[in-house]
Design a protein around this ligand. Sequence first.
Ligand SMILES: Cc1cc2nc3c(=O)[nH]c(=O)nc-3n(C[C@H](O)[C@H](O)[C@H](O)COP(=O)(O)O)c2cc1C
Length: 334
Amino acid sequence: MPTTIEATNAFYGAVDRARRAPSILNTQPWRWRIGSSRMRLYADRARQIRSIDPDGRMLIVSCGATLHHARVALSALGFDVLVERFEEPTEPDLLATVQVVGRHEPAPKDIQNLRDIRARHSDRRPFVANVPVPAQTMDRLTRAAAAEDAWLYRLGPTQTPVLAVAEEGAAAAEEQMPEYQADLEIWTNRSRRDGDGVRPEAVTAQMPRRVAVRNFAPGGETLLEPGFGDDQFTEFLVVVTQADGPVQWLRAGEATSATWLTATGAGLVASAMSDVIEIPVARALVQRMLDPPGFAQLVLRVAVDMQPTPAPNTPRRAVDEVADTGPDLPETDA
Ligand SMILES: Cc1cc2nc3c(=O)[nH]c(=O)nc-3n(C[C@H](O)[C@H](O)[C@H](O)COP(=O)(O)O)c2cc1C
């Protein structure tokens, strides 16, 4: 078993890497409390975008992504962990407890996953790939999601236009929501020092596409050149769960992270789409296409990375802003 100091250091190291996880509007709606042999993940409700996420689905999916990032980091650091999710019914914001239960020699794959955390980012430009995603790579993505109790549904060529319609409807609905427009204004105008939010460097101007993406800058500045892609070989993957509640949202976030990191490692680019999930009519349209039926939690667009330049790195809050040492965690629990 690792010593107390080893485990605590590893937890801080894991939080450091887990900060890089994707989150809705880069809100990073999580808090970590670190003890000597376990660390706990809490939802940070102050960062919930209530206008479009009243139930906290997207908040918890985001937290699932950071949880998976933390698991990947701990594994790369050589720690075996046990994760308990939603263990305290009276404390719904306590999402997970990660406990160190042993040590192992990190495998090359563990180290690669750690690199993928650093390399992963959202690329919202139309993708320029002129070759399809290899079938073998698609299989790897599918397996990565399945290992997290979710599955990927790959939209077929006749279904992509339906996604485009759902996206158009969701965008139109959100454009008419003053509270959301106010939230968007806040989260797209954060200073780099805040360490969160979506900055103009990460956003392209709206343009005709096979399937539109969220408009982060209605009337505002966009600094990412869209380039000359046409999304011809872009795949649209729906992250699906078998039931629909906070546990599944967390698992969907873990599956999203697992899929996205695997995609990054396999040389793909990606970005997420959640407005089609946030707006119930759009979500119903997406959900109706699933076979077998399930609950749609997020859509990922992926393609072989032939982008002319990498998408920019996005800011994150400092470790001490998202983690503290928990006085309520027993010092030497095994
Ligand atoms: C639950 C969830 C919903 C998201 N929704 C969208 C979206 O609708 N459109 C988009 O472009 N990115 C979306 N993202 C990606 C985030 O905006 C992105 O992860 C964040 O801005 C940080 O940037 P990075 O991915 O480059 O690190 C979503 C991510 C998560 C986890």
